[in-house]
Design a protein around this ligand. Structure first.
Ligand SMILES: Cc1cc2nc3c(=O)[nH]c(=O)nc-3n(C[C@H](O)[C@H](O)[C@H](O)COP(=O)(O)OP(=O)(O)OC[C@H]3O[C@@H](n4cnc5c(N)ncnc54)[C@H](O)[C@@H]3O)c2cc1C
Length: 424
């Protein structure tokens, strides 16, 4: 039951964490005001696997009914080895927990519906083109100078400021310290975007994984959407990756890896209306709150994409914040302390786990690549044997064959010759 407190919170950032926090705050009886530096709400995005923690948080926030999921129903996860053979090795969605396949924008759309479009709920104020430029934490509240798109500045008082403004959080920089104090570099780059069509020769819902020492290209299939693409590679010189246009940088990084998934991805990127090109980091902080300011999501703990848990943690963080404020209505510090204590173990676990999982995404070297392939081959064999046990249910993934290839589980395609699978 909603409890009115007449307390105002400024939430900075209209991403998953910010919107989740706003829904949670409203549920706790607070009045959130969301500010977003972009002129409008973003949509679409890249593939996200939502794990049980995230699904439960979506439920707790009351948004699960509006969360559109897109798990492939007929696709195959193809891993292509150095000899060009196709293997049906486990893909991202084959991890324990039955992750739901969504676009990042699907989660944001469900949260937006709750914030602005649900006729039964009080709409939350959202100001686009607006960002905080100064935060002055006082004894009773925080004063924030907000700048809008015209450059006009206005000072307002809030009982709480929630910094949900992502990896390079301005709230974190203003209140806790400079980026370099908290952002740990992983010497890796990612580029993620939507494909306008599947890699030629593959089924519409197939996933295609080409992972080699130091670089990898992944496509993620959906049931009702074109796949999304992820390029990721390792580098010892992060700054040098941002000197040239991203396309040129990626072409150089993937030079010689001539699989159709790579060439198709690079070709699509030439005209892609939106893409994310960035370095990979984790954010590590000794505390996520100070006075009347709290950080949630990537700004506080960025787990990074290799963890596969950033969205789930953002949803959980926002939902838990609302619950903690409800549980401690008279004591903000107690609420934030309890909130952080509850979340820390989850975040620490997944920050550590990402160190291991990164090798599945993009092996660091030839040994890591060989170990990765052995692990996946073993897992595929175990899964196969399990599916043959008496009483095992029907297999959830259908087994398909790339066009033009013989019907075996390992399909020789010819190594790195740039041919489409249909032509192998
Ligand atoms: C390629 C890729 C794949 C991923 N895959 C998965 C996955 O499978 N599973 C998973 O759970 N997670 C995944 N993640 C991670 C997940 O997407 C993020 O952890 C999550 O979206 C972070 O949400 P956020 O709200 O904390 O930050 P963001 O999404 O970064 O949102 C921050 C918002 O704040 C706004 N903002 C920034 N600065 C200001 C400012 N000064 N003033 C006002 N507004 C500001 C931004 O415009 C943005 O809208 C993936 C990430 C990537 C990059």
């Amino acid at each position: 039951m909603e409890q009115r407190t007449n307390r105002r919170a400024l939430v900075v950032g209209l991403g998953i964490a910010g919107m989740s926090a706003a829904v949670g705050l409203r549920e706790a009886g607070w009045t959130p005001v969301l500010v977003e530096r972009s002129p409008e709400r973003r949509t679409g995005g890249y593939f996200v696997g939502l794990f049980p923690e995230g699904k439960q948080a979506a439920k707790d926030l009351g948004v699960q009914e509006h969360l559109h999921t897109r798990n492939p129903v007929s696709g195959t996860e193809w891993s292509i080895d150095r000899r060009g053979r196709h293997h049906e090795w486990p893909g991202f969605l084959d991890q324990p927990g039955e992750p739901a396949a969504v676009l990042r924008g699907d989660i944001e759309a469900a949260l937006w519906h709750s914030l602005r479009e649900d006729a039964e709920l009080e709409p939350v104020e959202v100001r686009f083109g607006t960002r905080p430029v100064e935060i002055i934490d006082q004894a009773e509240a925080a004063d924030v100078v907000l700048e809008d798109a015209t450059g006009e500045r206005r000072r307002e008082t809030f009982d709480l400021v929630v910094g949900a403004d992502g990896l390079r959080s301005s709230v974190r920089a203003m209140v806790f310290g400079p980026h370099q104090e908290f952002m740990e570099s992983w010497n890796a780059i990612i580029c993620a975007f939507e494909l306008d069509e599947q890699v030629p020769g593959y089924g519409p819902q197939d996933g295609v994984i080409v992972a080699r020492a130091g670089r990898a290209a992944w496509t993620f299939g959906f049931s009702d959407h074109t796949p999304t693409m992820l390029f990721t590679y390792r580098t010892d010189d992060e700054d040098a990756q941002f000197v040239r246009p991203p396309l040129e940088t990626l072409e150089a990084a993937f030079d010689g890896l001539d699989h159709p998934a790579v060439t198709h991805g690079l070709q699509t990127l030439r005209t892609a209306p939106n893409y994310l090109f960035d370095s990979v980091h984790q954010v590590k902080m000794p505390t996520w709150h100070r006075g009347h300011v709290v950080l949630v999501g990537d700004s506080a703990w960025c787990l990074n994409l290799y963890s596969g848990m950033g969205s789930s943690a953002g949803l959980r963080g926002g939902a838990a914040l609302g619950q903690a404020l409800k549980d401690h209505p008279e004591d903000l510090n107690a609420a934030l302390t309890a909130w952080e204590a509850q979340l820390r173990p989850l975040i620490t676990t997944h920050q550590k786990r990402a160190r291991l999982v990164q090798h599945l995404f993009v092996p660091t070297g030839r040994i890591s690549e060989a170990l990765r392939n052995t692990a996946l081959r073993t897992l595929a064999a175990v899964n196969y044997l399990k599916s043959r046990l008496p009483g095992a249910g029907p297999s959830t993934t259908s087994s398909s064959t790339p066009p033009g290839a013989p019907a075996t589980r390992e399909v020789t395609t010819g190594e790195n010759v740039g041919s489409a699978p249909g032509g192998r």
